[in-house]
Design a protein around this ligand. Structure first.
Ligand SMILES: Nc1nc2c(c(=O)[nH]1)N[C@H]1C(S)=C(S)[C@@H](COP(=O)(O)OP(=O)(O)OC[C@H]3O[C@@H](n4cnc5c(=O)[nH]c(N)nc54)[C@H](O)[C@@H]3O)O[C@H]1N2
Ligand SMILES: Nc1nc2c(c(=O)[nH]1)N[C@H]1C(S)=C(S)[C@@H](COP(=O)(O)OP(=O)(O)OC[C@H]3O[C@@H](n4cnc5c(=O)[nH]c(N)nc54)[C@H](O)[C@@H]3O)O[C@H]1N2
Ligand code: SF4
Ligand SMILES: [Mo]
Length: 696
């Protein structure tokens, strides 16, 4: 009989669910099925299909298993295997060369959240700080939403996600949990079954979540603040605003009421494209339900006006006083409840705030030498990239790929697969997956911290991020006690420094529930600002430098990429269900289920342009052109196009992927990528010439 044991772990992927996992380990070497832990009150036994079949990913024949050195021109895709010692000597040598020729700030350790493990993800910062390498602003995902949330609430946490089960109205605003964090649906389903709760979804297209909702508000992209203002207008108009709550807990309710007087449903209808009656219906529902839970997604923050929009929406429960009630209030992320001391992991004791800081979302501008993007520092000459695939996921990818192809730039990519970023590298290093190394995890969408221990050996010569960084540090002479410790020792020390039980206890208990108690979670002892109040009138200047033109009270901010005769469509690049960013695009099953890169286009637009189902089309703007196929879809407004993402560039005919069209304009006030804020043209494409389209 086969030796089969069930071991505990946590999902490392960049997903708010951070599921508690039970992994079948076979013969101590391979994994079988992966299940969600039934005993975890948030995971509740459910995980997504892509992680349930993780054996496909971890035992994939295309896993990188040996260091590879480029053996031909960039873009040639030719590599030859080399040994680790040679690879690390080369990398250390290139970092030292760049430091002597252009200064330490010309080395850019570039990373993101391909693993959410606190050590394997953020350990690269220890090397950065000790060596004085360029600092990085992490703007590609949550900086816009965080700015918007902090502006009002002042502190990043919210109501316990499990409380959704006790709500009478759940509003999923700008998120698609059916695809992006399936567990939220478990708790929503409980409320619907046990309490007859209503589910409302605010999303420009009929996503999987919208299709399951009682009411779907399919607004124009980037118009959420207008909808929020109208809902608040109706609350004041119809006597559903809680004046006693506002007097105690908010900064300027009278100013807000006066400001909203002109922002009625008719005003919002003209901006959002929604019928007045639908806005009235939603406003009445929201205003008259005490137990109303706002689950804010990231989607509507990924616009130039995203911080203002998120702030405007977050004002709703402060107007109705929903925060006071069980099952009422809002949650964007719980990231601030864990009180980590990350000094050891990130080498914060060595951090020099004077070193220039680069905006990761503007990697194309940085690598092609745009002056403002270089933040007063030298050109970037050498990079180590971990846990991210910027050649596909970063905005303005044509420019990113041009930058990565610079002959005078040395790029090492530490990866699990030969991603499109790895293909452009000089040196490719094989990385472990989460079941092959130790790490520590926190959840954004709920409240558990967990340890995911090493359960099996990696294939071939894969090394963990931590092991690679320690070996590189030794060659560079980078000194920090974190480089002398094992992964589990750092996890243990970090838990202790942060006031949590030690690693052995956490593992034995399987998880720690860090959820603050009711009053704190609902901000009933005050919001996160010095005055303890929710701010309807935020001080944007405290949040980011680029605050000019931001609304002083919740309002529609006209900063978005507006449609014109030349660019008549608004493009939304919503996440695909089977992929997670570009992770899982290596899965044959996932690819088959997703089909091919597809543009969802309203039938009225398709008819007007004479485009049939399946037609080959081009989407374009000043940055580039992308070829894909059309699907007629009536779950969005005319003038809106949705392309579920992120497909590899190579999956598109012509080899140019969707982020060729998205802009790296930083969103005010603190930066951030505006993935769902793009005006494009659309036309039929009879035949394509791959050579011209792919030419870089
Ligand atoms: N058009 C469009 N573009 C988008 C978005 C969108 O909605 N639309 N979303 C954006 C968002 S929110 C994000 S967060 C970014 C994310 O984009 P990426 O950062 O590229 O995201 P992932 O696919 O999660 O992970 C990247 C890589 O990390 C690798 N990896 C995983 N674990 C490890 C490890 O332990 N060690 C090493 N060395 N590598 C590892 C994986 O193999 C994977 O290739 O994409 C952004 N791009
Ligand atoms: N299957 C899958 N799961 C994922 C990911 C994935 O790529 N695939 N990515 C992971 C990552 S890195 C993250 S950050 C999270 C993000 O997960 P979510 O919070 O769900 O956010 P988004 O991915 O940006 O987009 C969610 C929805 O926002 C909608 N949206 C776009 N523009 C607007 C707008 O202007 N207004 C409104 N109201 N809605 C808008 C989109 O149509 C989409 O349905 O998901 C994670 N989980
Ligand atoms: S739902 Fe998210 S956290 Fe859970 S297993 Fe899937 S990717 Fe991982
Ligand atoms: Mo993200």
């Amino acid at each position: 009989m086969q030796d089969r044991v069930i071991r505990a772990s946590a999902c490392p992927h960049d997903c708010p669910s951070t599921c508690a996992l039970e992994v079948e380990v076979l013969e101590g070497r391979r994994i079988g099925a992966v299940h969600g832990a039934a005993a975890n009150s948030y995971t509740a036994g459910v995980i997504c299909a892509k992680v349930a079949r993780y054996a496909e990913r971890i035992h994939h024949p295309d896993r990188l298993t040996r260091p590879l050195l480029r053996d031909g021109p960039k873009w040639s895709g030719r590599f030859r295997p080399i040994g680790w010692d040679q690879a690390l000597d080369l990398l250390a040598g290139k970092f030292s060369e760049a430091t002597s020729s252009h200064g330490a700030a010309s080395v850019w350790p570039y990373y993101f959240a391909g693993t959410m493990g606190l050590l394997q993800r953020d350990g690269i910062n220890r090397l950065r700080h000790v060596m004085g390498y360029a600092r990085q602003r992490n703007t590609i995902c949550s900086s816009i939403a965080e700015a918007g949330w902090t502006a009002g609430a002042g502190r990043t946490h919210g109501v316990d996600a499990r409380e959704m089960a006790e709500s009478d109205l759940i509003v999923v605003w700008g998120g698609n949990p059916v695809a992006t964090q399936v567990n939220a649906m478990t708790h929503i389903a409980r409320a619907r079954k046990q309490r007859g709760a209503t589910l409302v979804v605010v999303d420009p297209y009929r996503s999987g979540t919208a299709a399951a909702a009682d009411l779907h508000l399919a607004l124009r992209p980037g118009t959420d603040a207008a909808l929020a203002c109208a809902v608040m207008h109706v609350a004041f108009r119809d006597g559903h605003a809680d004046h006693a709550y506002m007097a105690r807990y908010t900064d300027c309710p009278d100013r807000l009421q006066a400001h909203l007087a002109a922002r009625d449903p008719a005003w919002a209808a003209a901006i959002t494209g929604l019928p007045v009656a639908q806005i009235e219906e939603f406003a009445r529902l929201y205003g008259t339900t005490q137990r109303s839970f706002l689950r804010l997604g990231y989607g509507f923050s990924r616009s130039r006006n995203g911080a203002a929009a998120l702030h405007a929406v977050s004002c709703l429960p402060a107007v109705t006083g929903a925060w006071q009630h069980r099952g009422g209030g809002a949650l964007w992320s719980n990231r601030q409840i864990y009180h980590w001391d990350k000094t050891l992991i990130e080498g914060l004791d060595a951090r020099d705030p004077a070193v220039r800081e680069l905006d990761m979302s503007r990697i194309g501008a940085v690598l092609t030498g745009e002056r403002t993007a270089l933040a007063g520092g030298p050109p970037v000459q050498a990079m180590l990239i971990q846990n991210t695939n910027p050649a596909t996921v970063a905005p303005d990818t044509n420019r990113v790929r041009r930058g990565l192809s610079r002959e005078d730039l040395f790029v090492a990519v530490h990866e699990q697969f030969m991603t499109e970023t790895a293909q452009l590298a000089d040196l490719v290093l094989p990385a472990t997956m989460f079941l092959e190394h130790d790490d520590l995890y926190q959840a954004g969408g709920h409240s558990h911290l967990q340890i995911g221990p090493k359960l099996i050996d990696p294939p071939g010569e894969c090394r963990s991020n931590h092991d690679l960084l320690c070996a590189l540090a030794a060659r560079l002479g980078a000194r920090h006690r974190g480089f002398e410790m094992t992964a589990m020792e750092i996890i243990d020390a970090t838990l202790a420094a942060s006031g949590w039980p030690d690693a052995a206890t956490v593992q034995q208990r399987r998880w720690i529930d860090a959820q603050p108690e009711f009053r704190a979670a609902h901000f009933l002892d005050g919001f996160g600002h010095a005055d303890g109040r929710f701010h309807f009138a935020p001080d944007w200047s405290r949040i980011g430098p680029d605050h000019a033109g931001m609304p002083s009270l919740p309002d529609q901010m006209a900063a978005i990429d507006t449609v014109s005769e030349a660019h008549p469509f608004r493009l939304v690049t919503a996440p695909a269900r089977q992929f997670l960013n570009t992770s899982f695009t290596e899965s044959a099953i996932g690819r088959k289920r997703e089909g091919r890169p597809t543009a969802l286009v309203h039938p009225a637009d398709a008819d007007r342009l004479g485009l049939a189902e399946g037609a080959r089309i081009v989407l374009g703007n000043a940055q580039g052109e992308v070829v894909l196929h059309l699907r007629r879809f009536d779950g969005l407004q005319p003038g809106v196009v949705v392309v579920e993402s992120v497909w590899p560039n190579a999956a598109f005919e012509g080899g140019v992927g969707i982020n060729a069209l998205t802009s790296d304009d930083p969103a005010p006030p603190a930066g951030g990528a505006v993935f769902h804020d793009t005006a494009v043209w659309l036309r039929a494409c009879a035949a394509i010439a791959p050579a011209t389209l792919a030419a870089e």
